[in-house]
Ligand binder design. Structure first.
Ligand code: ATP
Ligand code: MG
Ligand code: MG
Ligand code: MG
Length: 502
């Protein structure tokens, strides 16, 4: 292949190093010293001290004016949570690399846009090898920001410079602080002279966002007003897996050499039929979806553990626990994998990524051990949970809802069986998202917000209780009464997979 992943990455670095940028390595995906952040979710996180003007003047960081790198990111919680899309779509991953270039008080919109254009489209730059994407596939989405628009109009016809609102094109770090307009670059995978403008920012897999150029020029004050910043900053982020899919002429992040070797190993480990890569706008193929979930999640677990986290009960650790459980369940239920298949995939991730992220190689044993332990304990829970759910689910499906009375009985029944199941959460650690997933497959909806609220209230009470004996008791009482009060919202829905029993 002309654009193996490694070349895609190296070309980005070479290009920006050639434009005077210093290579600045990725920070850990687990931001140990930033409690405001669950996981690193963008390249700029590690430059926050520069953005906020708090960088120690004696450090190399404070002297940076131009930097570039690939940042390890996880978006599976907090402000950016893509977990629910992962597996269902083909371009959101929980773990991904974000290629980026930065200017700290140095160049601004003109250079940032011109260089992005040069890197993406120019074919015979005398100095650098560049990506040579066809220019008629590229769309820019931006705020009505005249400066950026005028620059884009040098390269693109007005019909492909599209106005969007603040949701997509105004970046803010928080309620106050540095912020500014951005330009997102989108790529039409189909071409053939079609007009894809209406597909931009529309959840369409044939037309996807690849790069975001953020121009930080304001400070959001406490009163909500925008004050111009003395030193302007550029912060860009390009999805490495998305760019690679585009350069390899594929329709999906997963059809590239970033994921296919992992798919091959999943196939060998599970004996499932090979990944078909059928991604239509029709129904999602469940086996393919399971491949995507498992491959995505083993990357996330491997990187997060390499950077010092692990599955557990609170905060980021709980996010990792849920991700692991989601993957194991998909593997077992859909790909019919044997217990232990998941930790066996760590070596695949290392084969694909270990040369670039050497921490994976160094910690292979530890990563595998932690996943193995967690996988084994979850498999026990899962076996119990599935059995229980199958029983409950079957009797629920046996009901027909003819009268109001049936409705009342039915909802009481669901409520009580789900309450029992949710209450066993504490003991068996059967997570709500799995309950939800399994309930959905049976045509039921679980009141997740209510559950989370009940859990939070119960936790708070338990935390505040002084008496160690009273605490667990009050926790259980509180949880059970809130769950009974809240009821369980349900509706009959078309079964997603009528023959799928789990
Ligand atoms: P989208 O609108 O597709 O969710 P975004 O606007 O949330 O993307 P940004 O925050 O602008 O994404 O991040 C910069 C780039 O990182 C995006 O242009 C995209 O290429 C890539 N990216 C964002 N989220 C993901 C993800 N979950 N998986 C893979 N790449 C991603
Ligand atoms: Mg997003
Ligand atoms: Mg976007
Ligand atoms: Mg974006």
């Amino acid at each position: 292949i002309k654009w193996p992943a490694k070349r895609v990455r190296d070309t980005y670095f070479d290009f920006f190093k050639g434009k005077g940028h210093k290579f600045w390595p990725s920070s850990p995906v687990v931001p140990h010293n930033d409690p405001t952040l669950l996981f690193a979710n963008a390249g700029m996180n590690k430059y926050k001290p520069i953005f906020l003007g708090t960088a120690d003047p004696n450090t190399e960081l404070s002297k940076l004016t131009r930097a570039c790198n690939t940042q390890k990111c996880i978006r599976a919680g907090g402000k950016h949570n893509d977990l629910d899309d992962v597996g269902k779509d083909t371009y959101h991953n929980t773990f991904f690399e974000m290629l980026g270039n930065w200017s700290f008080g140095d160049y601004f919109k003109k250079e940032a846009i011109e260089w992005a254009w040069e890197l993406l489209t120019k074919g015979d730059s005398s100095l650098f090898i560049v990506y040579e994407l066809p220019v008629d596939r590229i769309y820019a989405g931006l705020l009505p920001d005249h400066e950026s628009r005028d620059i884009w109009l040098q390269f693109l016809p007005p019909a492909r410079v599209l106005p969007f609102g603040c949701k997509d094109n105004f970046w803010e770090m928080g309620d106050t602080g540095p912020c500014g307009p951005c330009t997102e670059i989108h790529y039409d995978r189909v071409g053939n002279n079609r007009d894809a403008a209406s597909l931009v920012n529309n959840d369409d897999l044939t037309c996807l966002e690849i790069w975001n150029l953020v121009f930080i020029q304001f400070n959001r004050e406490i009163d909500g007003s925008l004050k111009p910043l003395p030193a302007k900053l550029v912060d860009t982020g390009m999805g490495f897996e998305r760019l690679t899919s585009v350069l390899q002429n594929k329709m999906s992040n997963y059809d590239t050499d970033v994921f296919m070797p992992i798919f091959d190993d999943i196939q060998k480990a599970t004996g499932a039929r090979p990944y078909s890569g059928k991604i239509g706008l029709e129904d999602v193929d469940r086996v393919d979806m399971a491949y995507r979930v498992v491959a995505d999640h083993i990357r996330t677990l491997s990187f997060a553990i390499a950077d010092g986290s692990r599955p557990g009960n609170e905060g980021r650790e709980y996010v990792l626990r849920r991700i692991l459980r989601r993957a194991v369940r998909y593997g077992k239920e859909i790909l019919k994998a044997e217990e232990g298949f998941f930790n066996g995939l760590v070596s695949s991730v290392i084969r694909v990524m270990g040369d670039v992220f050497t921490e994976l190689k160094e910690l292979e044993k530890k990563i595998t051990e932690i996943i193995k332990e967690e996988e084994a304990s979850f498999c026990k829970t899962l076996a119990k949970g599935i059995e229980k759910f199958r029983k409950d689910g079957q009797s629920v499906q046996g009901n027909t809802l003819k009268t109001v009375r049936a409705f009342v009985l039915f909802s009481k029944y669901i409520c009580s069986c789900l309450c029992r199941m949710l209450l066993s959460y504490g003991r068996h650690g059967f997570p709500i998202d799995l309950t939800q997933l399994m309930a959905e497959e049976q045509g039921l909806l679980v009141d997740v917000d209510g559950f989370n609220k009940a859990m939070k209230e119960a936790r708070d009470i338990s935390k505040n209780a002084q008496n160690k004996l009273v605490a667990p008791l009050s926790w259980m009482l509180m949880l059970s009464s809130t769950l009974h009060k809240m009821g369980v919202d349900y509706e009959r829905r078309k079964l997603i997979a009528p023959n799928h029993t789990c």
